[in-house]
Design a protein around this ligand. Structure first.
Ligand SMILES: Cc1ncc(C[n+]2csc(CCOP(=O)(O)OP(=O)(O)O)c2C)c(N)n1
Length: 387
C-alpha cells in the first residue's frame, strides 16, 4: 500500500495519552503489531477476549466504572459488535474507542470472505451512528486523527472507530508472558505436559482416518488452509470466514444426512461461540464428530494466546451433553477416536492438543466459496446418501 508506516508504540502512546488503560479484543493479522506491543507489556494492558462484541460490552463496563478501554478487532468482527453497538452503547450513550482493521478494502486484493465487509465497513459504521476516521500512516497525522475521534466521542457520547488499513503499522515482535490462567482452572497437568504434534500432522492423521463417506467442515484460518494443502476434496467445506461457526454449520449438515460429519475446530474459534457446545450437545445426532485442535493460541493471526490454557474443553463437552468425549494423548489415540466416532453413538467430541506453528508458504483455497459450497452439497446429497 506504500507510504509511511507508524510504530505500534506511537499508536499505543497516543491511546495512553488519552487515558486508555485497557486494550480489549480479538486478533487480526493487520492488528498484530499493536497486539504484540500491548501484550508484551505497555502502559495499557491487553485483555484477550473471545469475541469482539464481548470486547465492546467489557469496554462499556469499564466506562461505567470511570475507565477508558479501547476495543480492537477485525472488520469481520464488526459483525459481532453490531448488537452491543446498537443495543448497548448507543441507547446508553457510552463512548468507546474502537480500532477496526479494514480487510477487503476495495482495490486491494484479499480473501473472498473479506470482500463484502471490506466494501461496507464505512457505511456499516455510519448506519450504526459510529463516526470513523482512517488512521494515517504518519505520526503527526495520527495525533490529529486521535484528537478528532476523542472530540467526537466527547460531543456525541457514542463509540468512534479508527480504521486501520493494511500495512500502516510497522512489524513488532511478540514477547508475551505465559498466560497463567485462572487458579480455578481444572485443566490437568498431564494435559499441559503433552508432547503435542503439529496441526499438519494431526490433519494428515485425520484425513487418513476418515471414511470416504465422511463430510468435513473445517474452521477459519490455517486449519482450512492446511486441510486444503493436504487434500482438496468435494467433501470438505472450508469455513474461511464466520469464525466460530464451524460446529453450528456441521450440526445443520448432520441433521440431514446419515454420513459422519466431522467438524475441525480451533480453540480460539470454539471459544468465540462457546454456547454452540450446548446447542450441539442438545441437538446433534450420533453422526456428528466435533474435533478440537487446541494450540492455545490464535495461530493464524500471529500466535497470540487465546484463553484456552485455562479451559478444560473435554470437561465442557461432557457438561454440555456430548454423548462421547475423547481426550487424546497422542496421534494414535486420535486416529482410534476418529474411527470409533464414525461408527455413530455420538455426538462425539475429540480433543487433541497440538503445537503452534504451520508450514512455510502455506497455500490458501483457490476454489471459490460458492463452488466449495455447491460441490460439498452435491457430495452430501449425492449417490452415497443414506437417509
Ligand atoms: C470475527 C472474526 N474475528 C477475527 C478473525 C481473525 N482470525 C482469523 S483466524 C483467527 C484465529 C483462530 O484461532 P484458533 O481457532 O485458535 O485457530 P488457529 O489459528 O490457532 O489454528 C482469527 C482471530 C476472524 N476471521 N473473524
Amino acid at each position: 500500500m506504500g507510504g509511511f508506516v507508524i510504530g505500534a508504540g506511537e499508536l499505543v502512546g497516543g491511546l495512553v495519552a488519552r487515558g486508555v488503560v485497557d486494550v480489549i479484543g480479538v486478533p487480526c493479522s493487520y492488528l498484530t503489531p499493536l497486539i504484540n506491543r500491548v501484550a508484551s507489556g505497555s502502559a495499557a494492558r491487553y485483555l484477550p477476549v473471545t469475541h469482539e462484541g464481548e470486547a465492546v460490552a467489557i469496554a462499556a463496563g469499564c466506562w461505567l466504572a470511570g475507565a477508558t478501554a479501547c476495543v480492537i478487532g477485525q472488520n469481520s468482527g464488526l459483525g459481532n459488535m453490531v448488537n452491543p453497538l446498537t443495543s448497548l452503547t448507543d441507547p446508553s450513550r457510552i463512548p468507546v474507542p474502537l480500532i477496526v482493521s479494514r480487510r477487503g478494502e476495495p482495490g486491494f486484493p484479499d480473501e473472498p470472505q473479506h470482500e463484502l465487509m471490506g466494501a461496507i465497513t464505512p457505511e456499516l459504521l455510519a448506519l450504526m451512528r459510529v463516526g470513523h476516521a482512517v488512521i494515517p500512516a504518519d505520526a503527526a497525522g495520527l495525533d490529529a486523527c486521535l484528537d478528532r475521534g476523542w472530540a467526537e466521542m466527547d460531543r456525541e457520547q457514542r463509540p468512534f472507530a479508527f480504521v486501520l488499513r493494511h500495512g500502516v503499522l510497522a512489524a513488532e515482535g511478540l514477547d508475551e508472558p505465559p498466560f497463567a490462567g485462572s487458579p480455578m482452572s481444572t485443566v490437568t497437568d498431564a494435559r499441559k505436559d503433552r508432547d503435542a504434534p503439529t496441526r499438519m500432522a494431526a490433519l494428515e492423521c485425520l484425513v487418513g482416518s476418515l471414511d470416504d463417506a465422511a463430510a468435513v467442515v473445517s474452521t477459519t484460518g490455517k486449519t482450512s488452509r492446511e486441510l486444503y494443502t493436504i487434500a482438496d476434496r468435494p467433501q470438505h467445506f472450508y469455513l474461511v470466514g464466520a469464525m466460530g461457526s464451524a460446529s453450528a454449520v456441521g450440526l445443520g449438515v448432520a441433521r440431514h444426512t446419515h454420513r459422519p460429519v466431522v467438524v475441525i475446530d480451533g480453540d480460539g474459534a470454539a471459544l468465540m461461540r462457546l454456547g454452540t457446545l450446548a446447542t450441539v450437545g442438545a441437538h446433534a445426532g450420533p453422526n456428528l464428530v466435533h474435533v478440537l485442535l487446541d494450540n492455545r493460541v490464535h495461530d493464524s493471526t500471529g500466535g497470540q494466546q487465546s484463553l484456552a490454557a485455562q479451559v478444560d474443553f473435554p470437561a465442557l463437552a461432557h457438561a454440555c451433553g456430548y454423548a462421547r468425549v475423547h481426550d487424546c494423548a497422542d496421534l494414535d489415540e486420535f486416529a482410534e477416536a476418529l474411527q470409533l466416532a464414525q461408527a455413530g453413538y455420538g455426538p462425539t467430541f475429540i480433543y487433541l492438543m497440538i503445537r503452534p506453528g504451520s508450514i512455510p508458504e502455506l497455500g490458501r483455497p483457490t476454489v471459490r466459496p460458492p463452488e466449495v459450497a455447491r460441490r460439498f452439497k452435491a457430495f452430501v446429497t449425492g449417490p452415497n446418501h443414506v437417509s
